[in-house]
Design a protein around this ligand. Structure first.
Ligand SMILES: Cc1cc2nc3c(=O)[nH]c(=O)nc-3n(C[C@H](O)[C@H](O)[C@H](O)COP(=O)(O)OP(=O)(O)OC[C@H]3O[C@@H](n4cnc5c(N)ncnc54)[C@H](O)[C@@H]3O)c2cc1C
Length: 600
């Protein structure tokens, strides 16, 4: 760690803006070459307390300004004008310090289609190899195997950085959900890491099985190199822009980074490259403050335009989610029990003594299904005809994103690609819960390939002003997201009513299976929230397709500015992103090291 005064006087080869999931991993990998010097500018502070490290305390730091940026969308007109909250880690390690630790992959089909969008070298083979390089997996225990934990060693990395494992504790609703889903024709998937993630499975998690603590980019990567003299991390400093000089070619060269700390502004020079890793909701702001983006927008903010890249901040995608609550019959241990102070204290003592029990684990079970599993044929026909009509509109036919829409359209009818994710949470946090003594669970349905596209843009020329974030929630082509969510909710009703889970369900509280489609739509508008997986705002795509970075993560029009974080995903993948982001850090390091060698 460094002071602001030390930091700006150093000569770094690489400066990484944002010491989060991807950025801190990348900085640490680069620093394994002792001959180069790496500097990291991170707005948050290092925090290694139980709110971060204890798996079962996940969620406690969310909303706390010492850990969370507490970003919100602008009012969303299709979601009752609500401002939707978007937690983002503001600590060393970024959102890897706050997330639910699910460590899973997208599918082979989706990633192979990434390459077809024109980003050579980004396909299932290269991405899954990179994820394996990141991973240090431990095989499941017998108890975890009995809960269907992934036990296929060849699909996992053993010698990487991020310790991953199955859980040591499973809620007693896990096996009933497996039985119910199997009864509904959904197969148990023994290894989602294989590149085929359809089915019901339990997560592999970024949890160190020796200590049952969260493994995140700080303790997985940075702690291995933090005492080396060639890596310096400045925390509590907010970078504001990248400074360039014109080169003999038409491209610009980044020469320094401006940042704020303690009320003062500094400029730190860079010898080789700058890498922006501030995440999908904040990377566009730094690009724009540096003069890179849509010229009209930059002029409105009085920012001199240096590179015209209209894709900056556009193409924002997420996994929107809707939660549905039910009351359980009988007695079960659920997360709601932790609302009792004495019970929570008892569980914490158990965890501190033996690293066992409820706090050693988080949510573990998930269902991924294609459209044909949850959308009846007649509804699918209506959805496809509404979508195909919308796709013919001139604004789509002439859109730079046209190819992305075509790929997504093909995925809608592909039985190997998940459109819906259902997560079982053994808790109930919604209003309307009338019986305090009863136990509850929530099924959360997530759209894996929503059709809405939002944006995030700077609102002034100061990094201290929050960006404007518009998820365009439910504002989708042909109203497809709403049509799919109605079917998703109906499918979840069936899950709650079928097999062993059905037998354990005393009452579906909200929404109700008896409700009309209109009532369900109202509920969806009132409940829809971010799935916490924003991506796409500095897409890796050809420049003609509104791309911001090329297949080497280099910002178009620059010689030495790259982006490495969730903003480069060109189109969403049906999975939780952290494993892919650690893989991205490894791929970015390889690209940078190869270009270093080429220059020698
Ligand atoms: C509550 C929650 C639960 C989730 N659960 C899961 C899960 O179980 N599994 C999964 O795979 N994914 C999950 N995710 C998503 C996943 O964690 C994120 O997609 C991922 O961590 C994002 O990584 P990133 O590198 O893009 O950005 P981040 O990790 O957010 O890193 C960005 C960093 O940049 C810093 N920064 C921002 N602006 C500046 C600035 N101007 N100057 C300096 N520093 C700056 C931030 O403080 C942060 O440290 C979850 C997310 C949330 C919020």
């Amino acid at each position: 760690m460094a002071s602001a005064a030390d930091f700006f006087q150093q000569n770094f080869d690489y400066i990484i803006i944002g010491g989060g999931t991807t950025g801190l991993a990348l900085a640490s990998i680069l620093s394994t070459n002792a001959s180069i010097r790496v500097g990291v500018i991170e707005a948050g502070l290092r925090k290694d307390d139980e709110m971060i490290l204890v798996p079962g305390m996940v969620g406690k730091a969310v909303g706390n300004p010492e850990y969370d940026w507490n970003l919100v969308t602008k009012p969303q007109p299709f979601a009752q004008n609500r401002e939707i909250s978007l937690p983002r880690g503001k600590v060393l390690g970024g959102t890897s310090a706050l997330n639910y630790m699910a460590y899973c992959r997208g599918s082979k089909l989706e990633h192979n289609d990434w390459e077809k969008l024109g980003i050579k070298g980004w396909n299932w083979n290269t991405i899954s190899n990179a994820i394996r390089s990141a991973e240090a997996w431990s095989p499941p225990t017998r108890h975890a195997k009995a809960h269907h934990a992934d036990n296929v060693a060849k699909n996992h990395g053993r010698h990487g950085y991020v310790k991953t494992s199955a859980y040591s504790y499973y809620y007693d609703l896990v096996l009933p959900l497996f039985e119910t889903m199997n009864k509904m024709g959904v197969v148990t998937n023994q290894s989602e890491a294989s590149g085929h993630n359809i089915g019901i499975w339990t997560y592999t998690a970024s949890i160190d099985p020796q200590t049952n603590t969260r493994c995140y980019s700080t303790n997985a990567y940075y702690d291995r190199v933090s005492n080396q003299p060639n890596i310096t991390v400045l925390t509590g400093a907010q970078a504001s822009k990248v400074i360039f000089r014109q080169t003999s070619s038409s491209d610009l060269q980044a020469t320094a980074v401006e940042y704020h700390k303690g009320g003062r502004t500094y400029e730190v020079p860079v010898r080789r490259e700058v890498i922006i890793s501030t995440g999908a909701l904040q990377t566009p702001q730094i690009l724009e403050l540096s003069g890179i983006g849509n010229p009209d927008l930059l002029r409105r903010l009085n920012i001199p335009v240096i590179i015209d890249l209209p894709g900056v901040g556009e193409n924002l995608q997420d996994h929107p989610k809707v939660s549905m609550g039910a009351e359980l019959k009988g007695s079960h241990e659920t997360v709601d029990d932790l609302n009792s102070e004495s019970f929570a204290q008892q569980k914490l003592e158990q965890y501190r003594l033996s690293r066992t029990g409820m706090l050693s684990s988080t949510l573990s079970t998930v269902v991924f299904v294609p459209s044909s599993s949850f959308i009846p044929l007649d509804k699918m026909q209506s959805i496809l005809s509404a979508l195909d009509e919308a796709l013919q509109l001139p604004q789509i036919q002439n859109s730079p994103w046209k190819k992305c829409y075509e790929v997504q359209r093909a995925w809608l009818e592909n039985n190997g690609i998940a459109q819906l994710e259902v997560v079982l949470e053994p808790s109930y946090t919604h209003v309307g819960c009338t019986n305090d003594k009863a136990k509850h669970y929530t099924l959360v349905v997530f759209l894996e390939h929503a059709w809405s596209r939002g944006h995030v843009h700077a609102t002034s020329s100061s990094v201290l002003d929050s960006p404007e974030i518009d998820l365009a929630m439910l504002d989708s082509l042909g109203n497809i997201d709403m049509m799919m969510l109605v079917e998703a909710v109906k499918y979840a009703f069936k899950v709650m009513e079928t097999g062993t889970l059905g037998d354990l369900t005393a009452e579906i509280i909200e929404p109700k299976p008896s409700w009309s489609d209109e009532q369900l739509m109202d509920y969806i508008r009132s409940d829809i929230a971010s799935g916490d997986h924003p991506i796409g705002t500095a897409s890796m795509l050809p420049r003609s397709a509104n791309g911001v970075v090329d297949n080497e993560l280099k910002v178009y029009g620059t010689t030495n500015l790259r982006v490495a974080d969730a903003s480069i995903f060109p189109i969403h993948v049906g999975t939780h992103p952290q494993a892919t982001l650690y893989g991205l850090a490894h791929k970015a390091a390889e690209i940078i090291q190869t270009s270093e060698k080429a220059e020698l």
